[in-house]
Design a protein around this ligand. Structure first.
Ligand code: ZN
Length: 228
């Protein structure tokens, strides 16, 4: 019988109802958006290393396993930059990320060394000096946002380091502040994980195994869950 009430009464009660504790459509439907970026793809194979399995296939397999791990989380929406073996340029990835505006981006890579001895995982994040801050209006806000993104990235990096360390003891090569091309443009936290070396026989064998891929996915999923 709303139509018989004066319009402002309806508006007043509607607003009052929305202010009641527990009546928050917003809190219930807003999810943390996580973008998983399996690096390379299609014509761009990435590192090939010591056997025929290319970096692009390993990053995709691990990204898909990670998506499966996180699919059960009702408070998260997981989006992959690619879910098949397709060519995707850096600009396409960045434009998609800018549109999606995720809470975080986890970019997965496989490293390569000059010899066969390099082994283990490395984490890269763009430190403050590596983040573009536009000089124009709103600089203060941009700096504030970039500070938050940096804090978030470091927090996630520490969690990933801890959980991967549990899987690959003493294999951490550290957390490095470096320029991350994927983070240049989209104003969101971006963490790059180099999961091992394609040029190391041991690393490569592990990375190509279904078992290790799932273990890595679980370790990364655990880190993301702890982060939120
Ligand atoms: Zn790569």
């Amino acid at each position: 019988m709303f139509h018989k009430w004066p319009k402002y009464t309806v508006v007043f009660f509607s607003v009052l109802l929305m202010c009641l504790p527990g009546f928050s459509i917003h809190a219930q439907t807003v999810k943390h958006i996580v973008v998983i970026d399996p690096a390379h793809g299609g014509e761009e194979t990435g590192n090939i290393g010591i056997d025929k399995v290319a970096e692009k296939n390993l990053t995709l397999a691990i990204a898909l396993a990670l998506q499966t791990e996180l699919a059960r989380e009702s408070n998260m929406e997981v989006i992959l930059t690619r879910d098949s073996d397709k060519t995707l340029s850096l600009d396409e990835r960045k434009n998609n990320i800018t549109k999606i505006k995720p809470d975080m981006v986890l970019s997965l890579h496989i490293n390569a060394g000059f010899g066969k001895t390099s082994s283990g995982f490395e984490l890269y994040y763009p430190g403050f000096k590596n983040v573009n801050v536009p000089r124009k209006s709103g600089k203060k806000d941009v700096v504030g946002a970039e500070n938050k993104h940096l804090n978030d990235t470091v927090k996630l990096a520490r969690l990933v380091q801890k959980n991967l360390d549990g899987l690959f003891p003493r294999k951490s090569r550290g957390l490095r502040d470096a320029g991350v091309p994927l983070a240049e443009g989209p104003s969101v936290p971006v963490l790059v994980v180099e999961l091992g070396f394609a040029t190391n026989p041991d690393d490569k064998k592990k990375l190509a195994s279904d078992k290790t891929q799932k273990e890595i996915a679980r370790a990364l999923a655990k880190s993301i869950k702890s982060f939120f």
